[in-house]
Design a protein around this ligand. Structure first.
Ligand SMILES: [Cu+2]
Length: 346
């Protein structure tokens, strides 16, 4: 049996050629990754203000498509390192909005405020670790690790799909009593409930911040927890926002174009709470944004409390002088079902 060395050599050479042709195709294939933005309960009352998942490892040249799935607005935004964050209405100055973008860390990239069924695709051109934020919500963050094409990625798409489903479930089913209510919008009062409201007290939203190794995320209850309040003429109702991050308003009558500042008929109580007097269901009153002060950070000025100019307020009070039915909304979240009414008896 003669060993055909010439033939063996030819075969080896042919296999080598095949290998050389095949390997670059595997390495160069640019992957398309999928992630989601936000999550909501069926009644839209519970909103996960989160990127799901919020940490992804990819190769330079790969793309990620974010799919928006909520009625609440969000953005997908990558700022330059150290760049000052602007309101979502301003986004990234000079960047033209569209369905896709490329990002290498040198310029800011963002969507406008998007809702369910919209998507945004970013192709990452350079290696690095890039922070992902939503310009609508602070404490809604993530990170994209862009590795060299020769690096091995730790996870595949199935892993991220599973992780996103798990985080979505954990956030929306948060069992903390302060944020739990049933999905019909009814709040069952419980004597052990630490946020149980005394008479004339209304919880105007609840929120909690949690985190993964990819960064903080928030779950918010976009509801007036006690949507109907019954009082007598001359009494005062007090609304309190129990959550960080998410602003709400208490708005009677005509909704102003800009709900952020209080209407002119709102005054400040000595403890800084805003206060209005309503004489008739025809009156219009807007609390302005009721929200917690931003989290303190070393190196930044102390945030303001009222009555300082620009100070934040977590409470709003209304004194009702006459009987009647007074419907109101949160101007930011009425589309999610955040509405209530005050019934004033004689
Ligand atoms: Cu609201």
């Amino acid at each position: 049996m003669a060993f055909n060395s010439a033939r063996f050599s030819l075969t080896m050479r042919w296999m080598f050629v095949v290998a050389v042709l095949a390997v670059p195709q595997v390495v160069l294939a640019q992957a398309q990754w999928q992630a989601t933005v936000g999550a909501q309960s069926k009644d839209k009352g519970h909103q996960a203000l989160a990127f799901l998942p919020n940490e992804i490892w990819i190769h330079a040249g790969d793309s990620i498509t974010w799919t928006f799935v909520t009625d609440e607005i969000h953005t997908v935004s990558f700022l330059r390192p150290g760049q000052t964050r602007l309101p979502f209405q301003m986004g990234c100055p000079g960047f033209s909005l569209g369905g896709s973008a490329t990002f290498d860390g040198s310029t800011c990239v963002t969507t406008g405020p998007l809702v369910k069924e919209q998507t945004f695709t970013v192709t990452f051109l350079a290696t690095g670790n890039f922070k992902l934020v939503c310009l609508v919500h602070v404490d809604m963050t993530g990170v994209v690790h862009v590795l060299d094409r020769s690096a091995t990625l730790p996870h595949d798409q199935d892993f991220y799909d599973d992780q996103a489903a798990e985080e979505r479930h954990d956030l929306l089913s948060d069992t903390d009593k302060s944020i739990h209510h049933d999905h019909d919008g009814n709040h069952e009062r419980d004597d052990s409930d630490r946020t149980r409201s005394p008479e004339n007290q209304v919880t105007a939203g609840v929120a909690e911040i949690s985190a993964t190794a990819g960064g903080p995320q928030t779950v918010a209850l976009m509801r007036f927890v006690e949507p109907t309040t019954v009082i007598h003429a001359g009494e005062t109702v007090e609304w309190s926002n129990l959550g960080p991050v998410t602003a709400h308003t208490i708005t009677f009558g005509i909704e102003p174009a800009n709900p952020m500042p209080p209407s002119a008929n709102v005054t400040l109580d000595a403890d800084g709470a805003r206060h209005a007097v309503i004489d008739s269901p025809a009156d219009s009153v807007n609390s302005g944004f009721i929200t917690a002060a931003p989290q303190e950070r070393v190196g930044l000025p102390q945030s303001l409390l009222p009555p300082s100019l620009g100070g934040t307020v977590t409470r709003f009070r209304v004194t009702f002088t006459h009987p009647g039915v007074y419907p109101y909304i949160c101007a930011l979240h009425d589309d999610l079902g955040m509405k209530g009414k005050v019934i004033v008896l004689p």
